[in-house]
Design a binder for this molecule. Structure first.
Ligand SMILES: NC(=O)c1ccc[n+]([C@@H]2O[C@H](COP(=O)([O-])OP(=O)(O)OC[C@H]3O[C@@H](n4cnc5c(N)ncnc54)[C@H](O)[C@@H]3O)[C@@H](O)[C@H]2O)c1
Length: 383
């Protein structure tokens, strides 16, 4: 049976996300499993060329992961007609310019989020991609996390009855970098380098809320820079100018209220690094990255407020684990496979540059709300 080769120009793969999630866990994993199977029996085999600025880093990365092709010449890579997809996981600020170039070169686009630092740029990319007739997709990985897939199944099964509210807790302690190295890149903490947790996380929360709980109608967001000084990858101190925590409330279509805290300055005592607690009239659930626990109405304990007595109910013990009745693949890989199929077979692919732009819009409106200290409505994006 025929194998269809798809050449992918992968830019920014020496970075954290590019190496781990996109090269190793997605593209190389797809290659190792023999490609992506199509309905008619043909298979798609991705063939990456790694692009970056640093020859030494690139060649080491290529060698470590058995990739034959790499280059520091992005323009030459874009000029190669045999590589039809441009993928970008480099830093956000450069993205619009590079994607415009790739669209002009006729490439299909697949990109990390945020697709651009501003809504105007994000919409410009969408319009250009549509006008050029290229296919486009944006990483919306959280949708394929096992925990969120289980939540989706609960929603579709009617488990919750009427959903009342969603409380999301995202975050963990990111080390300042002085006595222990930080576990995230330093640009994330500098506004001047397009860092900040609002721009980083609100684009995720947009597609999670829109897809699972109802379209986002309005946002109230309070940001904070709790830690003003950090140390970079070279141990040099710098001013942390970007927001490192965001406390946001969203009104959703259908009346659901969502509150999501995002913070790089919090120590974890909960089930996972992100949890979504959903309360409905017939039951509640708490989903993490992998697991999801439920408490149906009929199994709800009856606490009585009495500060004079130690608590008698073990609240963690009154929940039931949703079983993994199927296997869950890496979330980034699942979306890559859908995108590669979309490139070859056509057909709908809803997680595109327009959806990516909506994420950027929510981040912008979140900043706006913080500045003006009020709720801000989310209008439809005008294409
Ligand atoms: N989907 C997710 O859950 C998720 C999580 C974290 C980050 N991200 C996004 O992924 C992207 C990369 O984040 P990261 O954490 O991997 O960052 P990183 O700093 O580890 O990697 C950035 C990459 O871009 C390259 N780069 C930086 N400046 C460049 C320039 N001037 N020219 C060419 N290449 C340049 C770096 O060499 C590196 O390879 C960001 O847009 C970020 O928002 C997504």
């Amino acid at each position: 049976m025929e194998t269809i080769r798809l050449g992918i120009v992968m830019n920014g793969v020496t970075g954290r996300m590019g190496t781990n999630q996109h090269l190793v866990r997605s593209i190389n994993a797809i290659r190792a499993q023999g490609g992506v199977a199509l309905a008619d029996g043909r298979r798609i085999m991705p063939d990456p060329i790694l692009v970056g600025r640093n020859e030494a880093k690139l060649s080491a990365l290529a060698k470590a992961h058995g990739v034959e092709r790499w280059t520091t010449d992005l323009d030459a890579a874009l000029g190669n007609k045999d590589d039809t997809i441009y993928f970008d996981s480099a830093s956000t600020g450069l993205r619009p310019e590079l994607i415009r170039k790739a669209i002009a070169a006729g490439k299909h686009i697949y990109t990390e989020k945020p697709v651009a630092p501003t809504l105007a740029d994000a919409l410009d990319l969408y319009r250009r991609a549509e006008a050029a007739g290229v296919k486009h997709g944006v990483v919306q990985d959280k949708l394929w996390l096992p925990g969120l897939q289980k939540l989706k199944m609960l929603i579709e099964s009617g488990f919750f009855g009427r959903i009342l509210s969603v409380r999301g807790e995202f975050g963990y302690w990111v080390f300042e970098g002085d006595w222990q190295p930080a576990q995230r890149p330093s640009w994330n903490y500098r506004k001047e380098d397009d860092g900040g947790i609002i721009v980083d996380m609100l684009c995720h929360w947009r597609y999670v809320l829109d897809n699972l709980f109802g379209g986002v109608k309005s946002v109230m967001c309070l940001g904070a820079t709790h830690i003003g000084k950090r140390w970079d990858e070279n141990g040099k101190p710098y001013a942390a100018t970007a927001d490192d925590a965001a406390y946001a409330t969203f009104e959703l279509e259908g009346g659901v209220v969502a509150q999501i805290n995002s913070s790089w300055c919090t120590r974890v005592r909960r089930d996972d690094l992100v949890t979504f607690h959903v309360d409905g009239t017939l039951g509640s659930a708490v989903a993490g990255l992998t697991e999801c626990r439920i408490q149906p109405r009929a199994a709800t304990p009856k606490p009585v407020w009495n500060p004079d007595m130690p608590q008698t109910i073990d609240f963690y013990d009154t929940w039931q684990l949703v079983p993994a009745n199927r296997t869950y693949d890496n979330a980034f890989k699942v979306e890559w496979e859908l995108f590669l199929r979309h490139v070859v077979e056509g057909g709908p692919f809803q997680w595109n540059l327009l959806e990516g732009a909506k994420g950027v819009q929510l981040a912008e409106l979140g900043m706006h709300s913080w500045r003006e200290r009020r709720f801000v409505d989310v209008p439809p994006v005008s294409v």
